[in-house]
Design a protein around this ligand. Structure first.
Ligand SMILES: *[C@@H]1O[C@H](CO)[C@@H](O)[C@H](O)[C@H]1NC(C)=O
Ligand SMILES: *[C@@H]1O[C@H](CO)[C@@H](O)[C@H](O)[C@H]1NC(C)=O
Ligand SMILES: *[C@@H]1O[C@H](CO)[C@@H](O)[C@H](O)[C@H]1NC(C)=O
Ligand SMILES: *[C@@H]1O[C@H](CO)[C@@H](O)[C@H](O)[C@H]1NC(C)=O
Length: 387
């Protein structure tokens, strides 16, 4: 059903302790990785991305996998994992779960990419190790990498271009991936306890906003305009909380747990530098229409949420979406019993023509029982009364 040849699968996992070492700012367009096969739209001008969120392999607290791939991939990967293990799985086991998650995608030669979740930073494995493992063992299909951010707990910040055809040099779409860090405490037999400083539930506010700004300025300089963007981050930004009040398509089972809270559950505002950089990315094209370049910022983490929403006063019109729950580990809410993935169906026409020049994307939830639901088109007319 989801058909594209160049379909990235995003495996997501996460964990974060932050020894925030600021990485020097990169000089070039880091998404243009030499030697990587170009991801392209198909002959009919379509490109489909499927986001699998919260796989919870090796559970209860194991590896979160957040993936983009074919529906077939999801169906095969929905192995029921026993909920008997704990977060202190051995690194060997954790990487074994990664292999299991990727296997159906690898068998189909579908490219994929991951953003890691809070449970992927644990005593015996962390985000940086998972990224390195993917790069070593899945070099041909995995597009996951680390452009900037504190290592080892928050390194998964990068972007991946998608081209209309093999011959294009300017991407039609850019997929951005960000690392929301954080960890789950536990005692393990590995390298030792995760440091308290790992309890950072937000995208690094020091390295990531300048990275977004610099990469988008280079993009503007080289390509004239910033290509439309689809953004993936495991834990949603705090603005998802007030946005939850709007009755939109999809499940609203959880009041969103979000970035930006400290140990005492006090909101710090530290996710705002990241969010503001995304708003700037969405609004700064030098030529019309100037706005709407970020098609959606989509997250997992809250298993009972599979909605999208946007308002002018809360999110500057940028849609925030949730992916629901793909895995058989982790908690389940009344409406998330039937596992799902979120699909983004992109078309060259929707990106180039859109609505009055503003790019649009169609998205829906695809369920394990072979139904789809909650289909919407994200663009200027989506929730127009609030925007
Ligand atoms: C984890 O890996 C160890 C070492 O190979 C193995 O003995 C154990 O059975 C594995 N556990 C699971 C649940 O896979
Ligand atoms: C949390 O509260 C405790 C006790 O009130 C305080 O000692 C600690 O500094 C607080 N931590 C943070 C991160 O605010
Ligand atoms: C945003 O606008 C809605 C009405 O569209 C209003 O109910 C809400 O209070 C506003 N929120 C803020 C933070 O201004
Ligand atoms: C499949 O699951 C979805 C989500 O729970 C539900 O809305 C739908 O009715 C189900 N369809 C069938 C045929 O069971």
């Amino acid at each position: 059903m989801l058909l594209l040849q160049a379909l990235p699968v995003l495996g997501l996992c996460a964990l974060a302790t932050a020894t925030a070492t600021a990485t020097p700012q990169p000089a070039g367009l880091l998404g243009l990785v030499p030697g990587k096969r170009k991801l392209t739209f198909d002959g009919a001008g379509n490109f489909k991305v499927v986001s699998f969120s919260d796989m919870h392999f090796g559970e209860r607290w194991g590896v979160f996998l957040f993936s983009l791939g074919l529906r077939a991939w999801w169906m095969l990967s929905s192995t029921r994992m026993q909920e008997t293990e704990r977060e202190n799985v051995f690194a060997f086991n954790a990487t074994g779960y990664l292999d299991q998650c990727f296997a159906p995608t690898v068998a189909r030669k579908i490219p994929f990419s991951c953003t890691h979740g809070n449970h992927d930073n644990a005593n015996n494995i962390n985000h940086w190790e998972e990224i390195q493992y993917e790069q070593k063992h899945y070099a041909d299909l995995s597009y996951t990498r680390s452009d900037v951010g504190p290592k080892p707990y928050g390194p998964g910040n990068y972007w991946v271009p998608v081209y209309a055809t093999e011959h294009d040099s300017k991407p039609a779409l850019i997929m951005w991936f960000f690392d929301s860090r954080s960890f789950v405490s536990g005692t393990g037999d590995g390298p030792g306890p995760v440091p308290a400083a790992a309890d950072y539930y937000w995208v690094d506010e020091n390295t990531v906003p300048p990275y977004i700004k610099q990469q988008s300025e280079l993009t503007k300089t080289i390509w004239g305009n910033i290509p439309p963007a689809l953004v993936f981050v495991h834990i949603p930004v705090q603005l998802a909380q007030p946005l939850d009040a709007y009755t939109t398509e999809g499940d609203h089972d959880d009041y969103p747990g979000t970035q930006g809270f400290n140990d005492n559950n006090t909101y710090t505002g530290l996710d705002l530098p990241f969010w503001n950089a995304l708003v700037a990315l969405s609004h700064t094209n030098p030529t019309p229409p100037h706005v709407g370049n970020v098609l959606a910022v989509t997250s997992g983490h809250d298993h009972g949420d599979s909605w999208c929403a946007r308002t002018a006063n809360l999110t500057s019109g940028v849609p925030i979406c949730f992916d629901g729950h793909s895995g058989y580990g982790g908690y389940v809410t009344p409406n998330s019993e039937v596992r799902n993935a979120r699909v983004f169906a992109l078309s060259l026409e929707g990106l180039r023509v859109g609505e009055g020049g503003v790019p649009v994307v169609r998205t829906w939830n695809s369920y394990e029982n072979n139904t789809i639901n909650d289909e919407i088109v994200l663009g200027p007319s989506y929730m127009a009364q609030y925007n």
